[in-house]
Design a protein around this ligand. Structure first.
Ligand code: NAP
Ligand code: MN
Length: 265
């Protein structure tokens, strides 16, 4: 499987999407690609849809570091989707001629109570599941840094910084800076509870531990990108950058900052 021609197409299985995907499958086959139905057999995984579809594609295929991900959007291009379906011929030619530029994105590793880790590309969010605050002891490495009381916290990767993190006034982070950003959702600040009150960035070698204070409201919702974990009860959530990256096929002249400019300015 050294030749990069085993292609898996990831998309929402609707009648409408099947129609969009049909010509892409045909074109890929004509150009000598083998379409595989099991992503394990693929060395290229293409998502068709928006950023949401790309997030789903990485999650459902296990954030592989030994294959190339490609984001193809149906309408306008997004943060993870460098290409639109109008450019599909170009994408296929580029892969075929090995004229591809690849970017590497850091991903976040999340471990809840010593279970098997989860990975995320955008962020891990933890939120109260009732109309009541909950309390988290926040540790940076071994240091008990602060005690948070409020709605929740968002820990985002650099590429996730333009998503949920941005809505709570977090900073936009260049993905060439491997880091995690910790942002608050509506913290309560008074003489009993005090938090930093701004987002902060942790370097690649730091570990963040969130200990949910077991006071009755200790059933927060934990989200990894666009999926909620089915964990009913969490005590300790550890987060750090994963050792691995995902590799994404890149269009020339489409840097992160060009995409930020296009989307927001
Ligand atoms: P959604 O609520 O349907 O859509 C969230 C929006 O964010 C969509 O427009 C999506 O683009 C866009 N998006 C996703 N990743 C992005 C990124 N890295 N940079 C900029 N925009 C991005 O949820 P969804 O489509 O399932 O996406 C899940 C993401 O939604 C989560 O990872 C979280 O970041 C974000 N979210 C945001 C808020 C908020 O801002 N208040 C609340 C919950 C979740 P597409 O339309 O191309 O999919
Ligand atoms: Mn969406």
């Amino acid at each position: 499987m050294s030749v990069r021609n085993h292609l898996y197409l990831s998309y929402k299985k609707t009648e409408e999407m099947e129609k969009v995907v049909q010509p892409i499958s045909e074109l890929a086959t004509q150009h000598g690609f083998t379409l595989v139905s099991n992503p394990v057999e693929a060395n290229i995984i293409a998502s068709i849809g928006g950023d949401n579809a790309f997030l789903q594609a990485t999650r459902k295929t296990g954030f592989r570091d030994d294959c190339l991900y490609v984001g193809i959007s149906v309408d306008s291009s997004g943060f993870y989707t460098d290409f639109t379906i109008q450019e599909i011929e170009q994408v296929i030619q580029a892969i075929k001629n090995e004229e591809v530029e690849v970017r590497r994105y850091p991903i976040l590793k999340v471990t809840v109570d010593h279970e098997k880790p989860f990975y995320c590309l955008n962020e891990c969010s933890i939120r109260s599941n009732v109309i009541k605050t909950f309390v988290i002891d926040v540790f940076i490495d071994e240091l008990h840094f602060e005690t948070f009381r409020g709605d929740g916290m968002i820990v985002s990767t650099p590429t996730g910084s333009t998503a949920y993190n941005m809505s709570v006034n977090g900073a936009v982070v260049d993905p060439t800076l491997p880091s995690l950003q910790v942002s608050e959702i509506a913290s309560l600040n008074n003489n009993d509870y005090r938090t930093l009150g701004t987002s902060f960035l942790l370097g690649a070698n730091r570990k963040l531990t969130l200990k949910v204070v077991q006071d009755g409201n200790d059933h927060p919702i934990i989200g990894v990108d666009n999926e909620a974990l089915s964990i009913r009860h969490a005590k300790e959530i550890k987060m750090e950058l994963a050792e691995r990256h995902i590799k994404v096929l890149k269009l020339k002249h489409n840097s992160f900052w060009e995409r930020v400019q296009r989307k927001f300015l």
